[in-house]
Design a protein around this ligand. Structure first.
Ligand SMILES: Cc1cc2nc3c(=O)[nH]c(=O)nc-3n(C[C@H](O)[C@H](O)[C@H](O)COP(=O)(O)OP(=O)(O)OC[C@H]3O[C@@H](n4cnc5c(N)ncnc54)[C@H](O)[C@@H]3O)c2cc1C
Length: 373
């Protein structure tokens, strides 16, 4: 039984693990290389909470996540602006009705066909999910940190961790103080986002296939032609997601946040924004939503989504290294699935069984699925 946990990474994944495991009895250390948590993908994302998925595993996870978010809100206060999501999907969520039928408390996640009227005579039609919306990510992250700290978890910032393999187990070190002292009952949790695989590269051991992909987000506004002042955006629309045209848009302050869903494979930590995408964005935005023709890009940035080969998160014990557990590959859904991962992480870490004995039915996120390929 593990009693000491070293979590590498203070993004959404690492904070979720710290919250899930801290119980006042366990020794928990979270190591983050930056001076603050969530400096990368976990603060540079669109924060959309979406429960409509075509993949069965993800479909069930996001619905469970909604239930868990409700539990968190009972303690932390409102964490989700339920402004709704109107989606024109590429593929059906075939599991929607079956899952909701077995979980009557989730009826508010049932989608209904709807059309909204936008400026320039445009109608946007799709499935409306009234209980979806935008997560207050800072409140959620702060709640995880505060609660885990009160339960004894220790957060170490400015500590870049290295992993070495010694006798089939991970040994941690950091540049400042050399090897980190760990008890024999320590479990290392790799929650290092796009850096997760790099951490083991020097050891030449097997790692699950997880790769970062770059995507840009754009904050757009419009100005009054006469006064030059920024026009107030008084719309109260749901998140608009046109998957067929690969574009989503949501209200943000006095403008909108959107992306044309660009995607390019890259390397860990590559947050450099690409001017090419700047030039692509507005033409794409206007072709989907013509009323954006008077908008300009006020700010844009690049962010990484780290995907496994099958786009399902990788969560579970490493099949070869006895004290290593992966919480990685959260892809483009790390914010939505975080609450749903809390009970999964608690269950899987306590199962304590070697991943080679785990059936994929018991753990659909297990890294072992890539060895069976
Ligand atoms: C454009 C875009 C939009 C998105 N929109 C949404 C959305 O609307 N809804 C949604 O649910 N999800 C969204 N996502 C996905 C979501 O942002 C990610 O899934 C999530 O943030 C990943 O969290 P993470 O903790 O795995 O990674 P990260 O946030 O990258 O955290 C990893 C942490 O590990 C630390 N670290 C790395 N190496 C080391 C080391 N050696 N030692 C110590 N610390 C280390 C890093 O400094 C970092 O803080 C979006 C992503 C992008 C790119």
């Amino acid at each position: 039984m593990f009693s000491e946990f070293h979590i590498i990474g203070g993004g959404m994944a690492g904070l979720t693990v710290a919250y899930a495991l801290a119980n006042g009895e366990r020794t928990i250390h979270l190591w983050e290389k930056e001076k603050l948590p969530c400096m990368f993908s976990s603060s540079k994302n669109a924060a959309i909470f979406r429960t409509y998925e075509s993949d069965p595993t993800l479909s069930m996870l996001v619905k469970e996540s909604y239930k868990q978010l409700g539990e968190l809100e009972k303690k932390a206060g409102t964490l989700l602006d339920r402004c709704g999501l109107l989606i024109n999907p590429l593929e059906q969520d075939y599991y929607e009705n079956a899952y909701i039928k077995n979980n009557p408390e989730m009826t508010e996640l049932r989608s209904v066909g709807q059309t909204i009227h936008l400026p320039e005579g445009l109608d946007f039609s799709g499935y409306f999910l009234s209980a979806n919306g935008i997560v207050d990510i800072h409140s959620l992250q702060n709640y995880y940190i505060r609660t885990a700290s009160m339960q004894g978890a220790v957060f170490h910032y400015n500590h870049e961790i290295n992993m070495n393999i010694e006798d089939g187990a991970v040994q941690l070190s950091n540049g400042n103080s050399g090897n980190i002292k760990m008890s024999a009952n320590s479990l290392i949790i790799n929650a290092a986002g796009s850096w997760a695989v790099n951490l083991l590269k020097a050891s030449h051991v097997w790692t699950p296939p997880v790769e970062p992909y770059k995507r840009h987000l754009f904050f757009i506004r419009s100005r009054d032609k006469k006064t030059g002042h920024v026009k107030k955006n008084n719309v109260q629309w749901p998140v608009l997601w046109n998957e067929k045209r690969d574009f989503y848009l949501r209200s943000e302050g006095d403008g909108f946040l959107g992306t044309h869903c660009d995607q390019r494979e890259t390397h860990a930590g590559d947050y450099v924004s690409d001017e090419k995408e700047f030039h692509r964005f507005l033409p794409s935005a206007i072709s989907v939503f013509p009323f954006l023709k008077d908008y300009h890009i006020a700010r844009y940035w690049a962010c990484l989504r780290t995907f496994s080969l099958d786009q399902i998160p990788v969560i579970g014990f490493d099949p070869f290294i006895k004290n290593l557990f992966w919480v990685s590959g959260l892809g483009g859904r790390g914010i939505t699935i975080s609450p749903g991962l809390i009970p999964e992480i608690q269950r899987l870490v306590s199962s304590n069984s070697s991943e080679t004995n785990v059936s994929l039915k018991n753990n659909p996120y297990s890294p072992i699925r890539f060895i069976h390929l």
